[in-house]
Design a protein around this ligand. Structure first.
Ligand code: ZN
Ligand code: ZN
Length: 354
């Protein structure tokens, strides 16, 4: 996806300079130039540009008049006002009329253009009102870590490197994935409460006939036509026996009981930056200095699952889907009995091998 830039400027030398500078930035762009205000406005009206550079001196009208027309025509594209030296008053006037920024013509350098354009690309490409503090934090994390892993676990600790509350973090990771700043891949399929979507629940074993929860397990040797085999059974305190107890799940958050068939099925993902996304996240570090620090919500009783960050691997780029020892849910839960809170198996730290 390239950046469509419109330059409303009657001086062809200035047009050429902007084109050359844009080329030096390495950005993927398309530049359209219009020689006067009327033609410029017509191009904006098509709504196909991402960013507009608007010169103050135009043959048919001033840049300020063009801004006025844009406002009337409800043009939403960000405008960078280009003005001559000593015309700061005009620049301020342009900002009042809706220009997002201004740039002094004699001070235009490739670096300045890069900075200006990137900042606006950032605003265009990032999700609306995205907390810059959070993306700056991600940017720092991705310097040392390949991906952020959200996984089911009974561990109530967030990774110490991840300073945001889980709900807040997951919500923003999802937004970044939708905006293609992050790519995501499925780590595992998990069961969640159909009522409140919590991933935390207890497994209840009950007698299939009377619902009794006091079960014992046993096995008997049976002989049939001289073949001996083991027969497993569960027996409740009322004397009913069955091959398997009924398994239901009780949500730890809302108390709702559900079974495998009416459970909500969710996916847990790991997130890694896309190539363009990494640039955007890196930009947010510089931009966060300009923005007031956003207060982070108080960390509530931390929700499952936990978020982990994985160290950068210098290994090949191809990422194989992680092979977790995925057991069918009911089997996995059954193993946890009797009811003792099971701590997750610690993952061996990923060491960067040289
Ligand atoms: Zn029973
Ligand atoms: Zn629930």
């Amino acid at each position: 996806m390239n950046l469509k830039i419109l330059y409303i400027e009657d001086n062809v030398d200035d047009q050429a300079i902007l084109r050359r500078y844009l080329e030096k930035t390495g950005l993927d762009f398309e530049l359209e130039c219009q020689m006067n205000g009327r033609d410029g406005l017509r191009s904006c009206a098509s709504g196909k540009c991402d960013l507009i550079f608007l010169d103050y001196r135009l043959p048919d009208m001033t840049g300020l008049q063009v801004l006025e027309e844009m406002r009337k025509e409800n043009v939403k594209t960000p405008v960078i006002f280009v003005t001559g030296q000593g015309n700061e008053k005009t620049a301020v006037e342009a900002l009042k009329r809706g220009a997002l920024d201004y740039i002094v013509k004699s001070e235009i350098t490739p670096g300045k253009i890069l900075e200006t354009v990137r900042e606006h690309v950032f605003k265009i490409r990032m999700p609306e009102d995205f907390p810059i503090e959070f993306s700056a934090h991600l940017s720092n994390l991705f310097k040392d870590h390949r991906e952020i892993v959200v996984k089911q676990s009974n561990d109530l600790q967030l990774s110490p490197q991840f300073k945001y509350p889980f709900d807040y973090a997951l919500d923003n990771l999802k937004k970044l994935a939708e905006a293609n700043v992050l790519s995501k891949r499925i780590l595992q399929t998990v069961m969640a409460c159909p009522a409140c979507q919590s991933y935390q629940y207890e497994t209840l074993m009950k007698c299939t006939k009377c619902g009794d929860i006091h079960l014992v397990r046993g096995e008997s040797e049976v002989e049939f036509e001289r073949n001996k085999s083991l027969y497993h059974w569960f027996r409740c305190s009322n004397g009913h026996t069955s091959n398997y107890p009924s398994l239901t799940y009780k949500c730890s958050r809302c108390g709702n009981e559900f079974n495998l068939l009416n459970a909500r099925i969710d996916y847990l993902y790991s997130y890694a930056p896309t190539k363009e996304g990494l640039d955007l996240l890196n930009l947010s570090i510089r931009m966060s200095i300009k923005t007031e620090a956003m207060p982070v919500e108080e960390a509530k009783a931390v929700e499952l699952p936990k978020i982990e960050v994985k160290p950068v691997e210098e290994a090949p780029k191809v990422v194989e889907p992680q092979k977790t020892e995925a057991m069918p849910v009911e089997e996995a839960k059954a193993v946890e009995l009797p009811k003792i809170e099971v701590k997750p198996v610690e993952e061996a730290p990923k060491v960067v091998e040289s």
